[in-house]
Design a protein around this ligand. Structure first.
Ligand code: GLV
Ligand code: MN
Ligand code: MN
Length: 399
């Protein structure tokens, strides 16, 4: 029987990023594939039957695959330069919870599946929770198949090269019917769990969030021969757009807006860019306010682009409404975890996508600094163990 910490230690060298720090485990790259293989071995070692469905979601079954099963799990892919816990903590805790239940001599009266969802972060193809969106039909299949990574490879091609049949990718009612209830354990990504209180919390809601691509086009030119007065430099407009994003969001209580990625084209030190692409992540509890926020940012972007002699486009890449987890399931979980506080989160999760279709809930484990999507993300060993124990209690109580 392995603890969560032992399980996480066994993958601590997979996908380390020597340049960014932390881990870069993008979906269907070698590190993520190695982690998927690790998951198969760990599941088989526990006597679980592993299958990969037509969307690349892995299911490890304790008991026969059946309708209405209890399903728990998370993801193994990461953001670029991410931490060790966002995703793997939920998978490792699910495996450890199975060990705990087996050690208790527990016989599940209905089947339990541990799942791994691909491309939860959207780090490679741009749309977060791609696996659960495909499974549920929350994303148009053709749109998903045509998503491209930075090399220009489509999701269809990459999925095909990794054993999936692109013709069968998309909504999967048979797999969906197998999810009676879904519970995802996840590292907390704020400071909602104080240092001295309980180590676990129950999730209440996920902030509505989306991603937009902003492209600013200007005149590519020579850095040495183009007079300052003669430029239409999209990088200068992009810099002002980044500031406008912050200022627009700062005026809106509870809003968060981030430009975390920006690509100059062609991208040379002595080249005035011809285009700059920026990706905007914006979040707010009220979807109507998010829409206003995006409109405000777009207007500001048009103004600064025009002043610089540039043009700008804004395209929505994905959007997820605010999610409130199933009240009945969350109440049952709160009853199984006495003293656990109830916390909202600003982070997206597969549980949030699934919540639109099946009763779903989340359990969060303390992250003392609240830092996440960063190498400094941290969960203490004793808190990880408390999380696995809490998950085991929840699974036993729900089964
Ligand atoms: C995923 O972690 C997200 O909130 O973007
Ligand atoms: Mn994440
Ligand atoms: Mn995550």
């Amino acid at each position: 029987m392995e603890t969560v910490n032992q399980l996480l230690s066994s993958i601590q060298d997979v996908g380390r990023d020597a340049v960014r720090g932390g881990y870069s485990r993008a979906v269907y790259t070698t590190p993520e594939l190695d982690l998927r293989q690790w998951f198969v071995e760990q599941a088989q070692h526990r006597g679980l039957d592993v299958e990969t469905d037509r969307n690349g979601i892995m299911w490890a079954w304790w008991g026969k695959p059946q309708e209405g099963a209890l399903v728990t799990g998370s993801h193994l892919d990461s953001v670029p330069g991410g931490g060790a816990f966002d995703g793997p903590l939920g998978v490792a805790s699910a495996l450890a919870a199975v060990d705990i239940l087996k050690a208790r001599g527990f016989q599940p009266p209905r089947s339990l599946a541990v799942t791994v969802f691909p491309e939860e972060e959207g780090s490679r193809f741009g749309v977060a929770c791609l696996g659960s969106r495909l499974l549920t039909g929350a994303i148009d299949t053709d749109k998903a198949l045509n998503l491209r990574d930075i090399n220009g490879d489509t999701f269809a091609d990459v999925a095909g090269a990794n054993g999936l049949d692109p013709r069968h990718i998309g909504p999967d009612p048979v797999a969906m019917a197998r999810i009676g209830d879904f519970v995802e354990l996840h590292v907390e990504q704020g400071r909602g769990l104080g240092q001295d209180g309980p180590a676990v919390a129950v999730g209440s809601s996920i902030l509505g969030h989306g991603r937009w691509k902003i492209s600013v086009s200007g005149q590519g030119n020579h850095a040495g021969t183009t007079l300052m007065a003669d430029r239409a430099d999209p990088m200068v407009a992009a810099a002002q757009i980044v500031l406008a994003v912050r200022e627009t969001a700062a005026r809106q209580p509870d809003a968060r807006a981030t430009v975390g990625r920006l690509t100059p084209v062609p991208g040379g030190t002595n080249v005035i860019a011809s285009r700059v692409d920026l990706w905007l992540d914006a979040r707010h509890p009220d979807d109507a306010v998010t829409a206003q926020l995006i409109e405000g940012i777009y207007r500001a972007a048009q103004d600064v682009a025009a002043a610089e002699g540039c043009t700008v486009t804004l395209t929505e890449e994905s959007y997820s409404d605010t999610v409130h987890f199933d009240a009945g399931l969350s109440r049952r979980i709160t009853g199984l975890l006495p003293g656990a506080p109830v916390l909202a989160t600003g982070a997206g999760h597969d549980a949030g996508v699934l919540a639109g279709y099946v009763p779903s809930a989340m359990v969060f484990v303390r992250n003392p600094s609240g830092i996440s999507h960063s190498p400094e993300e941290y969960v203490a060993d004793e808190d990880a163990s408390a999380g696995a124990l809490a998950l085991a209690d929840v699974l036993e109580g729900l089964l």
